[in-house]
Structure formats: structure tokens, C-alpha cells
Design a protein around this ligand. Structure first.
Ligand code: NAD
Length: 260
């Protein structure tokens, strides 16, 4: 379905981004991977995906807190893979602390990586999408784009911002073949959440297994994690013709979190 298209997936060396990259490659898209990690492992990942799915896979080590590196990553996709038709803004970080003691430099980092990067990547990629009159922009927001939790001021502010930006871009592209939407995952068991589970186990003096089940019980009525594979499959659907009139939406994959 996506043969001949190229997808940039930020933060695709781990977790949800990797699940999305695998699903898009499985549908035939060439990939621009991005994210941090051990260079040898990233090269093994890059060549492994190319072999497994028979698509072209490039890698950019862009630090997406840096606008000029984002522009270079989009430029590299155009140069090395020929186009940048699908942009998945996925990279993100978390930091938790009460607002009074939230370190200002952590606020700046969360806002730069989780929100400003989405603006810079869209600004760099959109002109070529509009010129071809086809494009898909998918922003990985969060349930925290719509509701809050304690001690996540920067993350919740950034994810609410991502939903606002998604709507504006959807309106500005409404009469074109480019769509812009956000996915709002609930809990997905990735390194980002594993850290929060381990911190909770330590803080409350409980086992990691108990902390995991408490975390789910508190927010996610299904009692189960959503998976990177499910979010990847949803991205493939959003890239299909069937999804061409889904525009500016905040789409939950959250085990019922937002239904409460
Ligand atoms: P993760 O920590 O497993 O992966 C994050 C990825 O982003 C990694 O590849 C990392 O290298 C990359 N990254 C981090 N900082 C970067 C930077 N400055 N430049 C380039 N790459 C950078 O996290 P995840 O859980 O897969 O989260 C992915 C996205 O999904 C994030 O935006 C997160 O907010 C969102 N999300 C996650 C959950 C969850 O439960 N895991 C829930 C809702 C939303």
C-alpha cells in the first residue's frame, strides 16, 4: 500500500517509534529512522529492517531538540530516499516533579523535544508534501494531551500543545491531499514507562510487578498495556485512502483511559 512512499519516524530506535517504523515498512514504505542509541545496534536495526521488509532504510542521528538538525534530517530523507511523504513526530521524553520544584531546564527540554520539534519538522516537510498533493503527518501525543496527571506539568503542557498544533495544521491543509492527526496512547510498556514503573516500585517499597499493575489500575480500565504494534497498525490505517477525511483528530489508543 505504501510502496514508493518514504516515512520519517522520529524516535524510532525504541518503543512506540520502532513499532510504527516496522508497521510502515511492512506496508512497503521506505524509512528514515531517527533516535539515540548505540551506533552498532542502530546499524544492525537499520540493515535488519531493510532486509526483513525489502525497503530502503536510512538513519539520521538528529537531536530533535535542535531545529537545524531537524531540517537536516528532512533534507537527508529527500536526498537519500527521494521524498518525505509521511512524517511521524514520535520522539518524546518525560520528567516528573511537582510544579514548584520542576527544574526549569527540564521544562525547556520537554517542551523542545515533545512540542517545538513537531513544529520544526512539519515546517520542514510540509512544502514538499503540498507540492505532491499527498502527505500524512501523524503526531504521537498522549492521553495527557487531553487530561492531566500530577507532577507532569511540562509533559501535559507539551502534549496539549501538540493537539492544538495538529488542529491548526489540519485546517491549513484541509483542501489538500495532506492530512494531519494525532494519536493519543494510554500506557504502552516501553523504556519510557518502565522507568516510571521502577521509580514507583522504589518510592512505594513494592515489587515492580505490583507497581505495573497499580499503574494500569489507576488510569487504564482495560488493565492491559496498548502495544507499539497496535499503534503502528493505526498509523498504517491513517496513511490509507480510507483515512483521507480524518483531519485534525485526537485519536485515543488508551484501553478506555479517556472514557472515564
Ligand atoms: P522511548 O523512550 O521508548 O522512545 C523514545 C525515542 O525517542 C527513542 O528512540 C529515543 O532515542 C528518542 N529520543 C529521545 N530524545 C530524542 C532527541 N532529543 N532527539 C532524537 N530522538 C530522541 O519512549 P516511548 O514510550 O516509545 O515514547 C514515544 C512517544 O510516545 C513519546 O512522544 C511519548 O510521549 C509518547 N507516549 C508514550 C506513552 C507510553 O505509555 N509509552 C504513552 C503516551 C504517549
Amino acid at each position: 500500500m505504501l510502496q514508493g512512499k518514504t516515512a520519517i519516524v522520529t524516535g524510532s530506535t525504541s518503543g512506540i517509534g520502532l513499532g510504527i517504523a516496522r508497521a510502515l515498512a511492512g506496508a512497503g514504505a521506505n524509512l528514515m529512522l531517527n533516535g539515540f542509541g548505540d551506533p552498532e545496534q542502530i546499524e544492525a536495526l537499520r540493515s535488519g529492517l531493510a532486509r526483513e521488509f525489502g525497503v530502503k532504510v536510512a538513519y539520521s542521528g538528529a537531536d530533535i531538540s535542535k531545529p537545524e538538525q531537524i531540517r537536516a534530517m528532512v533534507g537527508a530523507a529527500l536526498d537519500e530516499l527521494g521524498s518525505a511523504d509521511i512524517l511521524v513526530n514520535n520522539a518524546g521524553i518525560q520528567f516528573t516533579a511537582p510544579v514548584e520544584s520542576f527544574p526549569p531546564e527540564r521544562w525547556d527540554a520537554v517542551l523542545a523535544i515533545n512540542l517545538s520539534s513537531v513544529f520544526h519538522a512539519i515546517q520542514a516537510a510540509l512544502p514538499k508534501m503540498k507540492a505532491r498533493n499527498w502527505g500524512r503527518i501523524i503526531n504521537i501525543a498522549s492521553t495527557h494531551g487531553l487530561v492531566a496527571s500530577v507532577e507532569k506539568s511540562a509533559y501535559v503542557a507539551a502534549k496539549h500543545g501538540v493537539l492544538g498544533l495538529t488542529k491548526v495544521v489540519a485546517l491549513e491543509t484541509a483542501t489538500t491531499g495532506v492530512t494531519c492527526n494525532a494519536i493519543c496512547p494510554g500506557w504502552v510498556l516501553t523504556p519510557l514507562v518502565q522507568q516510571q514503573i521502577e521509580a514507583r516500585a522504589e518510592r512505594e517499597g513494592i515489587s515492580v510487578v505490583q507497581a505495573k499493575s497499580d499503574l494500569l489500575a489507576e488510569k487504564q480500565p482495560s488493565g492491559e498495556f496498548a502495544t507499539p504494534e497496535q499503534i503502528g497498525a493505526f498509523c498504517v490505517f491513517l496513511c490509507s485512502e480510507s483515512a483521507a477525511q480524518i483531519r485534525g483528530a485526537a485519536l485515543p489508543v488508551d484501553g478506555g483511559w479517556l472514557a472515564q
